[in-house]
Design a binder for this molecule. Structure first.
Ligand code: WT7
Length: 667
């Protein structure tokens, strides 16, 4: 596979290196943390060759410890028993709140940009300490103790951060469920985590619309008697919503009467900090387990070094805290460093497409972190709005969640950054806890479309999926894996450690498997090609779906492609390709076009890889973080549409029936 795919190498891989613009350094508040790329390389080498020494220094510099650890790391990927900072004790809430409140209590911690701008609020570190303490005291009085899971189902309001920090303050574990999830998804996750306490609100506001949050919670809890307390924050003060007299409590009545200080509980470094559910390819969501010290350290050091965060910077992470991006870069990263975080409740389109830029102008945000999906929307509709605002405070433009095309990268750099900012494409996952591949802003030269090079401690490698061997050297393509544990890697799947081992550690024994295909170019830069969870085996040939997709996307009419394997009597599996076309192009005729695409794959990869069918659809099914849900395509193409599995993370559910129709007419 390695050599063949190399022939399909995207021309962007020969891209020129981009250096940080002069403006970035001129506006940098103080000296950068790392002098130059040579220093990065030297530190990176040290982090790989001597992780004990490297992370010992980092853990002492970035975290406050109640009890020093006795050893930096133990365990192995082969055995799935990784642990960091053994026997050390600390509290994540103390690290994110108290120590900054003691140093500078009036410093802004949470900048809340409400759906309706008149409701905006700023919460200082001093205020945050009191608010977190009050909720923590209440939870304690309800019997919540170390190791219990508390489910949080709240929109992007300060209370989501306050409650997360309150839960971890008393050593409990939070499980935040994205507020866009349905009652049945919420229910499934409450049951799996065995939460006895749920924190929610009466109603949510988003884009001027009211969402009946508490009604969704009520529905999700029908017949579940194990939930003993529901705390309801009055977001809209709608007193008419249904409350159970024995189970549900109003925030203002319960929280306000609590004391202003609740001592943080020292936690073991390896105590779980939180669960975060992510969809697996089998359909049932996995509760990814992150632990206290390693996760917090990963969040802090990536925020500092990748984003070049300085104490008075203002970080605007536009993703929801219900996903890992929000956990790490709207909460734990910035707050552990004492940096203000913008919590945005609304959408980029409400009340108009100037919303993001107004926020950046209003608070003089220095860092903007967003998914390419959102950028594509703005590029399509709202570009004219940008010039109306002064967004010159920006220094770093982050991208996350899916590959950013070189074109979109350049647009981001020019239209949002005015060629004055660093564009920082960060590749990571729910399971990695913090950045795996990313440039260090102002230090690592970038290439449009590449997430560049591994972060400290990430011993990244590419593996040939057919032989299972490591691909040495540059100019190779394979699956992305990591050779050794790193502090913020997920330690388990909640109540299912076997599934953790099966999914991440078994596919390539001794390595952590990311599930992504990637190339490494002649400069050692990584180019992510997407998930390879659905490896296809046609006549004994193991094929990477992304390899075929890359071929299809090279066609000038194709805008996106997704390839799946379906059962085939003759060849074991056969390949079916779904493609969406560029908007403005007319194709000659569907039949010749299909043939042309199939020929292209035969030519570029080999006859065995040729799709059995090419199905043209308007859009591919995608998750909210921009990933193509190949499982949906595979099930429909395999005539198993009744077993589509968990569709709760699908951003465009309306596409499902269209795909079914398209498949019907094809077969
Ligand atoms: C998968 C993880 C990380 C937070 C949001 C998604 C893809 C993520 C990039 C990037 C190319 C990316 C990968 C990864 N991905 N960032 N910069 N370039 N692909 O978290 O839902 O756990 O998804 O998202 O395929 O494995 P997630």
């Amino acid at each position: 596979m390695a050599r063949r795919t190399h022939e399909c190498v995207h021309e962007a891989e020969n891209a020129q290196l981009h250096y940080a613009p002069a403006h970035f350094y001129e506006t940098q508040p103080g000296k950068g943390y790392i002098d130059d790329v040579d220093q990065y390389s030297q530190m990176y080498r040290e982090s790989i060759d001597n992780p004990e020494l490297f992370f010992d220094k980092m853990a002492k510099e970035f975290l406050h410890w109640d009890t020093p650890y006795k050893a930096v790391k133990s365990g192995s990927l082969a055995d799935g028993d990784v642990a960091w900072f053994l026997n050390g004790e600390l509290n994540a809430s103390y690290n994110c709140v108290d120590r900054h409140a003691f140093a500078n209590s009036n410093k802004p911690a949470i900048i809340y940009e409400a759906d309706d701008e008149v409701e905006n609020r700023i919460i200082t570190f001093g205020q945050l300490l009191r608010k977190v303490s009050k909720v923590a005291s209440l939870l304690k009085s309800w019997g919540v103790k170390k190791g219990d899971v508390v489910t949080i189902y709240l929109p992007m309001i300060p209370e989501v951060i306050i409650t997360m920090l309150a839960v971890v303050r008393i050593g409990a574990i939070h499980s935040v469920i994205f507020s866009g999830f349905s009652a049945s998804s919420l229910r499934e996750r409450i049951i799996d985590s065995k939460s006895k306490v749920i924190i929610t609100c009466d109603e949510a506001k988003r884009g001027g619309k009211t969402i009946h949050t508490k009604d969704i919670v009520n529905e999700s809890l029908q017949g579940i008697n194990s939930v003993t307390y529901v705390l309801v924050y009055e977001r809209t003060h709608n007193k008419t919503i249904a409350m159970s007299p024995t189970r549900d409590y109003w925030w203002t009545e319960e929280v306000n009467k609590q004391p202003n200080y609740c001592p943080p509980v020292p936690c073991n470094a390896e105590d779980p900090l939180f669960l975060l559910y992510t969809s697996g390819s089998t359909g049932s969501p996995k509760g990814i387990v992150h632990t206290t010290a390693g996760y917090l350290l990963g969040a802090a050091i990536t925020t500092r070094y990748v984003f070049d965060i300085h104490p008075d910077d203002i970080l605007f992470t536009a993703g929801d805290v219900g996903w890992i991006t929000g956990h790490t870069y709207a909460l734990y990263g910035p707050l552990s460093l004492g940096t203000a975080t913008i919590i945005f409740e609304s959408t980029p389109a409400y009340p108009d497409y100037g919303r993001y830029w107004r926020i950046i102008e209003r608070y003089k945000a220095t860092h903007f972190y967003v998914a390419p999906t959102a950028l594509r929307l703005i590029k399509k509709i709202g570009e004219a709005e940008i010039s109306k605002y002064d967004i010159s405070s920006l220094r770093v433009l982050g991208s996350v969640g899916e590959p950013i095309s070189p074109e979109l990268w350049k647009w981001y750099h020019e239209k949002i950054g005015n060629k004055n900012c660093v564009v920082c494409d960060t590749m990571w996952q729910t399971e990695s806890g913090s950045h795996l591949l990313a440039p260090l802003s102002g230090v690592t030269p970038t290439k449009p479309g590449s997430a560049t090079v591994p972060f400290f401690g990430i011993d990244a490698c590419l593996i040939d999926p057919v032989s299972g061997h490591i691909l040495e050297g540059n100019d190779v393509v394979g699956v992305l894996a990591v050779k050794c544990s790193w502090p913020s890697m997920a330690r388990s799947v909640w109540n299912n450690h076997d599934r953790y081992i099966e999914t991440y550690l078994k596919p390539y024994p001794g390595y952590y498997f990311t599930g992504d295909a990637a190339g490494r170019d002649h400069d050692g830069y990584y180019w992510i090609r997407g998930r390879v969870d659905d490896v296809v085996n046609v006549s004994g040939h193991r094929l990477s779906t992304t390899e075929i997709e890359t071929c299809l996307v090279n066609d000038k009419y194709v805008s996106a492609a997704a390839v799946v394997g379906i059962p085939d009597d003759l060849t074991g599996q056969s390949v079916v390709a779904f493609v969406s076309l560029q908007n403005d192009n007319e194709i000659d005729g569907p039949v010749s076009f299909h043939r042309e695409l199939i020929l292209q794959v035969r030519k570029e990869i080999g006859p065995f890889a040729a799709p059995k069918a090419v199905i043209i659809i308007n859009d591919l099914p995608k998750t909210r973080s921009g990933k193509i849900m190949r499982r949906v395509l595979r099930k429909i193409a395999s005539n198993e549409a009744e077993q589509l599995g968990d569709l709760s993370t699908l951003a465009n559910p309306e596409i499902v029936s269209e795909i079914m129709e398209a498949v019907k007419t094809q077969f």
